[in-house]
Unconditional design. Structure first.
Length: 157
């Protein structure tokens, strides 16, 4: 066995080193490079959900949905950092919403839902105000109810 077994050739052109061996195999797995884009804030490893861009001419910071690819002059932020974002004094923050993102229910939506549930649970009003013996018409009258079953009195009886 010769000493040439582990030898590889490299050519140096200026600061560029080209190896003929191929990609370097590391014995220690690396988690430095990830397919998920991470928050740009120092020491924050959470996944990015928004992209921050500065428009210096308008003194505006624009925070929008995560860009399709990373730009060199944009900052990707996680949910926590994008929620707490403040701009320098005299600057305006414009928050763009993603129209394809699911909307969170507002207070009005929840109130409308509660009203609909109350309306569905309310017993139906009987025709003629009082219902009962004096209000017999051509339609059957509901006398009782148990679950989804109703007891109807025919108009002839």
């Amino acid at each position: 066995m010769s000493g040439w077994a582990g030898f590889h050739t490299a050519t140096r052109w200026g600061d560029l080193v080209v190896s003929r061996r191929g990609p370097l195999k590391s014995a220690v797995p690396s988690n430095v490079v990830s397919p998920v884009r991470r928050c740009s804030r120092t020491a924050c490893g959470r996944p990015a959900v928004a992209t921050l861009t500065y428009v210096y001419a308008d003194s505006t910071a624009v925070l929008g949905p995560l860009a399709t690819y990373a730009e060199p002059h944009c900052y990707d932020l996680c949910a926590e950092h994008s929620g707490r974002l403040t701009a320098p004094r005299g600057w305006e923050v414009v928050r763009l919403t993603d129209p394809s993102a699911p909307a969170h229910p507002s207070g009005d939506d929840l109130e409308a839902l509660a009203n609909a549930v109350r309306e569905a649970a309310r017993p139906p009003e009987r025709p003629g105000g009082g219902g009962g013996k004096g209000s017999r018409g051509a339609d059957p009258v509901e006398v009782g109810r148990r679950g989804h079953l109703r007891v109807l009195r025919s108009p002839e009886s």
